[in-house]
Every structure is written in C-alpha cells, then in structure tokens.
Design a protein around this ligand. Sequence first.
Ligand code: ZN
Length: 114
Amino acid sequence: MHELSIAVSMVDMAAEEAAKRGDVKVDAIHLKLGKLTGVVKDALLFSYEIVCQGTPLEGSRLIIEEIPVVVFCPKCEMETPPVAVNNLCCPKCETPTPEVVSGREMEVTALEIE
Ligand SMILES: [Zn+2]
C-alpha cells in the first residue's frame, strides 16, 4: 500500500524535526497533495493514524490540502484544468497538454508545534 509508506516517511520526518527542536510536540502536519500523485486522501489519513500510534506524533493531525490538476495548452496558450485527471487534454480544443502546471505536488508545507 503506497499510502502507508508515505505516512511512515512523513511521521519519521516530523518526529526527527520535533526531536531537533527539543522534543516538542507536533500538533499537526500540513501536506500539499496534487491530484495527479494518485495518492488517495482518505487512505493516507487512515494510514497516518495507524503509523502515529506509539510514536511522539500520536494524537497529531494530518491536514491535507488537495491541489487540483492544471495543464498548459500550447494551442490556446492558457492554463486550464484538463478534461480529466487520466486524460490530460485541453477541454476547449482537445489538444493533448504535455505541460502539467500543478497537480504533482506532494510536500509537507508546515508543522504545527504545540
Ligand atoms: Zn486548447
């Protein structure tokens, strides 16, 4: 399960960061998650809770900000959401849009410390 390994690495990272700051308690992790990553938000939240058990992160929250997919259409010369996540074409002219502007993000943007 992909989400589980992501949760493990996030919790590891946050625990390390908390230890570095003098064993502070982490309240929440903020994560930006692009729709193109294929990561299922609910599965990740579920995995996160399991992984946190018995770690200094137990009881903390994972706050996920989902980033919509935006592509650039070279023909219309504009940024637009694609036809579908699995069909990256311009909805106006149906040109395939190889340039993904956003939607691939997966990064921890902030840690909330108590
Ligand atoms: Zn277009």
